[in-house]
Structures are given as C-alpha cells and as structure tokens.
Design a protein around this ligand. Sequence first.
Ligand SMILES: Cc1ncc(COP(=O)(O)O)c(C=O)c1O
Length: 365
Amino acid sequence: MIDLSIGQPSPWLLPAAAMQKAAAHCAADPGCVLLAYGAEQGDSQFRLALSGFLEGIYGMPVDPAHLLVTNGASQAIDLICTLFSKAGDTIFVEEPTYFLARKIFADHHLKPMALPMDADGLIIEAVEEELKRARPAFLYTIPTYHNPTSACLSDARRKQLAELCRGYDILVVADEVYHPLSYTSVPAAPLAAFCTSAKVISLGSFSKILAPGLRIGWLQAAPATIERIVKCGLLDSGGGLNPFTSGVVRSAMQLGLMDENLALLKDTYSRRMQAMCAALRSKLRASVQFTEPSGGFFIWLSLPDGRDTLDLLAKAKTRNVEFMPGPKFSSRQGLKNCLRLSFAYYDTPDLLKGIERLAAVIGQV
Ligand SMILES: Cc1ncc(COP(=O)(O)O)c(C=O)c1O
C-alpha cells in the first residue's frame, strides 16, 4: 500500500541524532529549572531563541513578549475555541479547510460557515459579504501553503483581510504551520505581521519543521491577547506548556540544528513535489487539474465534475494506493470531485509508484 494521504514526515526525516545532541546540550546546563512548573507564557530563553529563528524566516522583527508556547497548533486551536467562543457560535472557515481543525470545532459545538477560496486564497469580498449577515466568534484561515490546497493568500488580500477584520472587530486565527516550508518562491509576510494592528493570533508549530512527537508549537499575538491566554485555568493550574521539551528545542536552535534540519526538509520536499507534479502531468494531464505548490506538504487535484473521489478511493485501495478524498475538507459536504495527495511521507520512487497506480484507477472509468 502506498498511502498518499499521510501528512507527516518520513521516519528517516525525523531528526533523531540532532535531538540527541540537543538533549545532551540541554542536560549539560546545571540546574533543574526545566523540570519545575514553567512560566505560563513559556520559558523566556526559549521565546528569545524562537523570536530569532522566526525573524530569519519571516524577515521582520518578532518580539518574544508576543510569543506564547503551546503543545502544537492543534492544542492552540482547542485553547482558542475554549477561550474565545462558546457552544453554538458561528465561526468562519475556508472551503476547503484542514479536516482535523473541523473536528476540534465540532468538539466545541461551533458552527462553521464555509467561505470560498481561489488560487490566491480566501476571497475577501466573500468574507465581507458574510460579515453583513453574521458575526463569527473568529475566522480560521490557513494563509500560506494551505492544507489541503497549498494556495497562498496574496499579499494584497492579507492586508485587506487584516483591515476588514479590524473594522468589524473580528478575531482572526491564522494557522501558519507550513509558512517556513517554502520551495520555489518566498511567501508574503505572515499574518503574524498584523498581530499588533488587528486581532490576529498566528499559530506556528515544530511538528512540520522538526518533529511532531515533540508536541511543541507557539502562538504569536498582541500583548492583550497573550495576557488573556496566560490567565486561563489550564496554564494557571499546570504552568507553561512543555517546559522540558522547550529547553531541548532551544538547544536545537542555539546549536544551528534547527536551521540544518529545515534546509534538509525544504530540499527533500521540494524535489519530491517536483517529481510528483511531473508524473501527474505526464500520466494524468487529461484527467485532473492542479496547481504546482510552491511550499507545504500537499497537491490538490480536481477531477471533472461528476467524479466521486469517495468511490474512487474504494477502487484505489484495491490497487494499493490511497489518498485523502475532498469531502473530508468540506464544511458543506462538497468537493466530491477533489482529492489531496501528500509528498511528506514517501521518497520519490514510492511517490511515483503511487501516481502510476492512481493514474490507472482514475483512467479506469
Ligand atoms: C493546517 C494544520 N494545522 C495544524 C496541524 C497540526 O499541527 P500540530 O502537530 O502542531 O498540532 C496540521 C497538521 O497536519 C495542519 O495541517
């Protein structure tokens, strides 16, 4: 089976040796402060190292006071739902959107209102139109290397969105976990750039750029928002999230291991993505439409209207290939003719084998 739905790194890309070095470096530091309850906002030394790392990626200043340590973007989304919404609230999401964020929103009994996207990301006029009818608890967006489409919100739209949400006083939750994984072009400045001028919470994670098992990420927001989060019951009771791991990841940043790992990931994923797109063009040109991603993990395929990717998946499994069908990402049971492929898990030879099997299935009917 070649399962092209898997959106996580190949086992060989998990940086075991680097983490061993980082852990040894961290453990050599005398004292046991990392084993005590941590500061609610996260260790200040870690946030300082993280701000330096982010400045390199974002090309803009990042104030460590605007960063708060999380257990990853999923936990941050869950916490934001807890603190900034209540059961029954409407939230705005993109159509399509990250399928597991949909599940977290369902846990909180939120009602997603699906807003359309195009090749340049979320359509801002559609947001404005909907704001005339409903006020959401927040708007959840994946502006850069979207999951599942890999679309990037254009620079102009980022400004428009921040402006619009400032005008309507709407909280924007920007899931920017793929932003550092750029391959063929430099993305626009993250929505984190608008944190202090609008109500924006930007989410980042080490899951996509180091290792998901670390369960560590961050959020970036204006001081008033940070203050609100710092005072929540979860952090009051348990202290800052993951102080020990944050110490190890700080060492990884200080030793340059983080930069080395990111360079390896970008090089590997970029090659795989290009090989996969070339195979799709040569084997499936007539039957699918897609845009070559410029970063991230995914390729989003559109089949002609009327094709059903749920049916197709059942057939694909008999040919030992899987993918993620479009309806998983839809908040209104649409996107039946779309599917998502990931190039994060397999190396190029297996990816190409997977495309060959997929082409046989798609070409069958
Ligand atoms: C858009 C998006 N947000 C969040 C996550 C989960 O991130 P984390 O591992 O930091 O919880 C993923 C993982 O697939 C994702 O694609």
